[in-house]
Every structure is written in C-alpha cells, then in structure tokens.
Design a protein around this ligand. Sequence first.
Ligand code: DOR
Ligand code: ZN
Length: 344
Amino acid sequence: MQTLTITKPDDFHLHLRDGVVLANIVNHTAAQFARAIVMPNLKPPVVNTEMALAYRDRILQCVDKKYNFEPLMTLYLTDNTSTEVIMEAAESNMIKALKYYPAGATTNSDQGVTDISKTYSTLEAMMEKGLPLLVHGEVTDNDVDVFDRESVFIDRVLAPLVRNFPDLKIVFEHITTRAAVDFVTQSSNNIAATITPQHMLLNRNDLFKGGLQPHHYCLPVLKAEADRLAVLEAATSGNSKFFLGTDSAPHARNTKETSCGCAGIYSAYAAIEMYVEAFDAADKLDKLEAFSSHYGADYYGLPRNQEMITLIKQDQTIPAILPLGDNELVPFLAGGTCSWQLKN
Ligand code: DOR
Ligand code: ZN
C-alpha cells in the first residue's frame, strides 16, 4: 500500500468560530495540523490583543489533551485600528498578523476596512514591527462582475498597496485566479499566498452541477477551469511563495441550504487528505511536504514542525453530516470518497 510520511503540516488560514461550534470542530484541525492561523471574524470581531488572548484560551480549552495544537492569533483590521493596538500586538509576541477584510466582502466583514488609505498609519506601524497583513482580495463594487472581483482588486487595491508599502509583509489569502498567481509570482518576497483545497479541486461548473450546490459556495467564489489549473500549478510548483491555508469555515446546514445561503466551505474534517488527493492527481506528491509544512512556517518566521505524519492511500468516505451544536454541518465533499487517509 502506498504511504506518504511528511512533516506535520500547519493551516495558515482557518475559521474556528466560538462557543459550541468551536467545541464541535477544533479537534478536526488539531488531529491533522500542528498550528493554525486563526481568523478574527467573530461577532464581535477580534480587534485587540486582549480579545485575541481570551479567544486563544477558549480555543485551547476545547482542544483534546491528546493533541499538541497551537492556535496562532490574528487581529481584525478596521478603519480605526490604532498604532497603539499594533504596538501592543507586536510586543505580546502572540499576535501573528492582521486580517484585512474589505467591508462587506464576505462573512462577518461589515466592520472591515472601507478604504485602505484610512489604515496607512496602522500599516506603517505593522511594517515597522514586521507584522504581516493578511488580505481578503476582493473588491465589493457592484459594477464589477463577481468572477472578476479578485483580479480587479489586484489592479485597484493590492498593486498600489504593495507599491506604497514595499516592506510590508502580505499574504494574499485563498487565491483563485491566474491573475493572482502571476501577481504573487512577480512580486517581491514580501508577498506570499495561501491556497485552499476547494480552489485546487473544483471549478465554477461545480457550483451548478446537477442543480445549485450551496456547499460549494465560498468567497472568493470558484473560478473557471483555466484559473483552477493556474492555482493548482502554483501550489504544486515548489515555489515557496505558495502555501497551505484551508479557509475552512463552518456554517450550519440550514444557513447554507436556504434562499440566501452563507459563503464558506468546511474542509477541516479531512483537509490534509484533500490536498494530498489534489497533489496526487497532478502527479506532484513530491512537492506536497514543502507546501503544507515548510513554506508557510518559513514565511511567518516560525520553526518548522518536528513531528511527522503518515498518510495511506486508502479510500475513506467523507461523512454526509457532522454535528454542529443543535445544527448540522455538511463537510466539503460530503458523502464522497477521498483516496487518502491520515494514519492515526
Ligand atoms: O467563504 C468564506 N467564508 N470566505 C471568507 O472569506 C470567510 C469565510 C467565513 O468566515 O465563513
Ligand atoms: Zn477565510
């Protein structure tokens, strides 16, 4: 039987939520990953170090003692994030980045940034302290086609930002297009990107296959096949600017299967297996370990993990439904098979 042993991976983009949802899901991630960059888009958002440290404690309380999982905390950037907040975050050593949501771009982003130029003094302080900016790269303008939101964001927001702050470390999160791959590839080493399993495995046809598929809806939305291939190629290229970030985001089934469904795909249940599946299909298994376990840690200046994990090429069925408080959660590829399995 084929096996693959790699350094234990980290998830550099994860939504864990809070309360009972957090308790229901966090051990899926802890079973696979050593660390995760935890997104701050709670209600209310995590806007300062005190809130982040309290959130970190709540996360750790829910982690099964058998796992050695470390949540890496982030703050939510607003128009009003002060330089004091940045100084405190940097001094704490516990805050690894700030997340920039353009206001209205996605789930719980209403308190996000209305105009990036309003945050310039904050970005200056981040640059000084070496705190990276994690970017949800989509414009929200109604005149822009939803499939072009990422590429227009590069032209209107990201390229000028990079020109104005050449020394600011930026992670272009969950990239979905050839334009994003090219932008990151051609930028300085201060610009990196995360890639999700869904944007490697699916294209926008999968949103409509046999009828509307709400469980394939996330933001940025799935793109055309040529874009998927560009993202897949970037992830499997061995270029250290591209690394693993699932963007796994739990939404209760009834909030997705409804007249106005939420954006988010829950991949944490079998995330590393899904990446292996994508790398295997591309015949690039030799490039998986660096993508999942080295490049992200290197970019963030973290030590690489010492522990190893082993994956076995053996079919597993993804459950149709997982528990989520009083609700249900439909995981990514629910009811389908994944041809790899993590060995416990
Ligand atoms: O699909 C998404 N869901 N994209 C995001 O940017 C946020 C996430 C969420 O928090 O549910
Ligand atoms: Zn996200």
